[in-house]
Design a protein around this ligand. Structure first.
Ligand SMILES: [Zn+2]
Length: 137
């Protein structure tokens, strides 16, 4: 189950409201924004290390706080970047219609009978009508 986040819709909601391709595009944009944040936080951490030289004990204590904070932000955003990227790629690898090989031309099956189970998202090809499940587990 993907992590809940107001900026990243769950797959079923994303397909319903945006379509698969837009959902995928937004997941990639979001993941790369997290990568940018990770790089900026790493630069901030290095700058905080640089500021240790010749600093007073109080400044060193404050710099230690900056190092810890920027390291935590860098680790969190790197983890989030990798999660969002791998999640989007995992689902993009399942987005080819098994019947007609169309990529990303799918819509959500809204039929209540098509509830395959937890972690599976029932989809239908827009081109040929083939039905299959995306594994979002
Ligand atoms: Zn198809």
């Amino acid at each position: 189950m993907p992590q809940r986040n107001p900026l990243n819709r769950p797959l079923a909601d994303g397909i319903r409201q945006l379509g698969f391709r837009k959902w995928y595009e937004r997941e990639l944009l979001s993941s790369h924004a997290h990568m940018t944040l990770a790089i900026l936080a790493a630069v901030a951490m290095l700058a905080s290390f640089e500021a240790f030289q010749g600093a007073s004990p109080v400044d060193k204590l404050i710099n230690t706080g900056f190092v810890v904070a920027s390291a935590a932000i860098a680790l969190w955003s790197l983890r989030r970047y990798l999660f969002l990227l791998m999640h989007a790629e995992e689902l993009a690898n399942q987005a080819n219609c098994p019947s007609c090989k169309a990529y990303g031309q799918l819509k959500l099956q809204e039929d209540p009978a098509a509830r395959p189970g937890p972690g599976l998202v029932p989809v239908c090809c827009k081109r040929c009508g083939f039905r299959w499940n995306l594994n979002d587990g």
